[in-house]
Design a binder for this molecule. Structure first.
Ligand code: ATP
Length: 363
């Protein structure tokens, strides 16, 4: 049975509106950890919250769960304002970073925990635990204790326990962070498959860009407690709101530019790139900018090309090539060159045709 089929057994009109956070502000003493964050998660949708360490991701999650008091804004769940509600009244399933499974209880007892706490009758509890064991593929491990499980299996126990209560929202705090890097790729796909089966609104906190891009149907990017951009992974990648977003998500560089006489002028006019060498895309974020990724630039000795002189500050062998870090004036850029390329202390850079993007308002 799928998670969705298991959930469909109850009528669920109340969850139709998912989760909404409006102007959320949270203080720890005089420090504002979250500042006016607004986002929404539709039923059956997964939204990833990402950002650098200390930007307020976990605090946002904890405020939604009711575990920290809010100093402003509102949280609504399934169409009800739950801002002042106790955590236990919110019908939220929370999977904390360390999974917090009870070590002295069997897998089955862990999954039954929330149902027992709500006074669910024994027969219904057994049935629901059986369903959750099945959908998380833990049936054969039902009587084991958590210390007899792998990290990935423990994660599934935590997920099954959170989903057993049929929550309106599921909150996952760094669900893969505790696992071996080698296992993460496979478990990410497994988690994505399980989340695709649920019909609750899922908010997942991660500091891993790849995890956010692959698990979130939308991504909320936070910086210093503020929401910088809330968008689909594709739009965040293709049309970042600012240089911070471009860098954080893709290690890309965003340069202010102006277009003049068939050329894009960047770096205060020091670099004049023919527009015909650029991919031109419209931006939803106002100004004209040049988006450069690692493969956007090449090193050239062709004096006929529009070059930018730069100084090599670092070079790193990546197997299939060498990644150079270069500095043009104050601007730091990344360039990938073939493994056998001969580069000295300074290089002439040109755009790889079609690989750098000119973002233009209303293009
Ligand atoms: N209990 C607390 N008391 C005081 N300050 C706190 C507390 N918890 C978090 N903070 C501060 O609030 C800010 C946001 O913390 P939060 O844990 O939400 O960030 P995060 O984005 O989840 O970080 P990380 O990725 O490192 O887990 C940080 O500046 C942090 O130092």
């Amino acid at each position: 049975m799928s998670i969705r089929a298991a959930a469909d057994r109850r009528s669920a009109p109340a969850r139709a509106e998912g989760l909404a956070v409006d102007g959320l502000t949270v203080h720890y003493g005089s420090t504002a950890a979250v500042r006016g964050v607004s986002l929404d998660v539709a039923p059956a949708e997964t939204v990833a919250v990402i950002g650098p360490s200390g930007c307020g991701k976990s605090t946002t999650l904890r405020a939604v769960a009711g575990l920290v008091p809010v100093s402003g804004g509102a949280v609504s769940l399934a169409g009800r304002d739950v801002t002042g509600w106790n955590p236990s009244r919110r019908n939220i399933g929370l999977v904390p970073q360390n999974y917090a499974v009870f070590p002295h209880m069997s897998v089955a007892a862990n999954i039954a925990y929330g149902l027992r706490a709500r006074g669910t009758a024994a027969a219904r509890r057994r049935e629901r635990v059986r369903e959750m064991l099945e959908v998380t593929r833990l049936t054969d491990l039902a009587q084991r204790r958590p210390d007899q499980l792998s990290g990935g299996q423990r994660q599934r126990v935590a997920l099954a326990r959170a989903l057993a209560i049929r929550p309106d929202a599921l909150l996952l705090d760094e669900p893969l962070a505790a696992l071996d890097p080698q296992l993460r790729g496979g478990l990410r796909r497994e988690l994505a498959a399980m989340l695709a089966e649920t019909d609750c609104a899922t908010l997942i906190v991660t500091h891993d860009q790849q995890e956010a891009l692959s698990l979130g149907s939308r991504i909320a990017l936070l910086r210093e407690g503020r929401l910088v951009q809330f968008d689909t992974p594709r739009r965040l990648w293709d049309d970042p709101a600012d240089a911070f977003v471009a860098d954080f998500l893709a290690g890309a560089v965003l340069l202010d530019a102006v277009v003049d006489d068939g050329h894009a002028l960047a770096l205060d006019g020091r670099w004049r790139v023919p527009v015909r060498d650029l991919a031109v895309r419209p931006t939803a974020h106002g100004s004209t900018r040049l988006l450069l990724r690692h493969d956007s630039l090449t090193v050239t000795d062709d004096p006929a090309r529009a070059v930018l002189e730069a100084r090599v500050t670092h070079s790193e062998f990546t197997g299939d090539g060498v990644r150079l870090t270069v500095r043009a004036g104050e601007q730091v850029l990344g360039v990938r060159v073939p493994p056998d390329a001969r580069v000295g202390g300074s290089v002439s850079l040109a755009v790889a045709p079609g690989r750098a993007v000119l973002l233009t308002p209303g293009a």
